[in-house]
Design a protein around this ligand. Sequence first.
Ligand SMILES: Cc1cc2nc3c(=O)[nH]c(=O)nc-3n(C[C@H](O)[C@H](O)[C@H](O)COP(=O)(O)O)c2cc1C
Length: 405
Amino acid sequence: MADDNLKGQRVLLCVGGGIAAYKALELVRRLREAGAQVQVAMTAGAQHFVTPLSFQALSGSPTRTTLWDSAAEASMGHIELARWADRILIAPATADLLAKLAHGFADDLVTTLCLATTAPITVAPAMNHRMWGHPATQANIATLRARGVQVIGPEDGPLAEGESGPGRLSEPGAIVAALSPQAESAVAIDQALKGLKVVVSAGPTYEDLDPVRYLGNRSSGKMGFAVADSARRRGAEVVLIAGPVHLATPAGVKRVDVRSAAQMREAVFAAFPADIYIGAAAVADYTPRAPAANKIKKSNESLALDLVRTPDILSEVAAQTQGLKLVVGFAAETENVAGYARGKLVAKHLDLIVANRVGVADGGFESDQNAMTAYWQDGERVFNPGAKTRLADDLIELIVERLNA
Ligand SMILES: Cc1cc2nc3c(=O)[nH]c(=O)nc-3n(C[C@H](O)[C@H](O)[C@H](O)COP(=O)(O)O)c2cc1C
């Protein structure tokens, strides 16, 4: 990298104990080429993969390897180092480090530095794709993102253990580029929704049968929450209408909690006018005609429920003209996914529909992973299967393209 985008920046590189630790050596070289001063701190795990001496040789400064260093700590060295850094880069960030950071642990040098600093923190995760996809890791990443931590990668591709999936450390050149102050303007997509208002619906709806029972569905809300987060990070004002789910609200997003389809409709229309509507909620199609005032008692051998249609929020939104530039629907199908999705696109007058197959392993409802295809009137895009957070970014990118088409 010939640019000196990081000129004068003091970067503290924290190296975690992953197989990709060797790539952090290349990172030091790239950071210095970009004009940064670099100091390196390693976890105990990292030292099983690469030696502190290699980092010392490349960074030109002693490598810090432990909190329990009496010489360095004579002057509270860890606080000094935390203050010295203009920014902290953790690469590779292990699943373990992400968990510790999300929960505020400070039981070694790297985690203590991260807690003691006021500098911005960037993490570049690298791990086995199942570790990355695990709900614990995804929740930790969401917590860190919500706290303003910059997350770079991981990339999709072959992994050290002979498998393939999201988990590869981003290339050192890409990490350094994403750190540079110019990165925000260089990545035009990041602010491509600035000035626009996006309303996203997410999660299931619950239709009450009586005071203790309801008709619901298995939507987790994860995809809609990830889409709301992605739109917000690209500069949009985002209102998230959430059915009953237990998910953290993405940073900077206005959340409105609802329970039933009728409440969801009301909240969606109350959030208008808006520029973009993304209907990612799994809204019930039917609701009891009249919920029982008291608990329905077990009496007859069978029970027939009298159900009536709920409002079709997506069709109603697409039919109204409050300045919406784009209406996006989701189709969760178990069969003939493309056929049903295209049918819904036309029948509901949508601009874009995102189809995913539910009821299969590693995708759809409840999972952190998904496989989706988007359809519009004269085109379609098959997204690489992977984490819902990454797919949300891909979808928002497509939405930006369609807005400008
Ligand atoms: C050969 C080997 C490779 C590993 N690769 C990774 C990895 O790529 N990512 C990861 O999160 N953990 C990986 N681990 C597990 C971590 O080393 C382990 O969770 C350790 O506690 C991390 O410590 P640290 O987070 O303090 O660096 C690996 C372990 C071994 C033995």
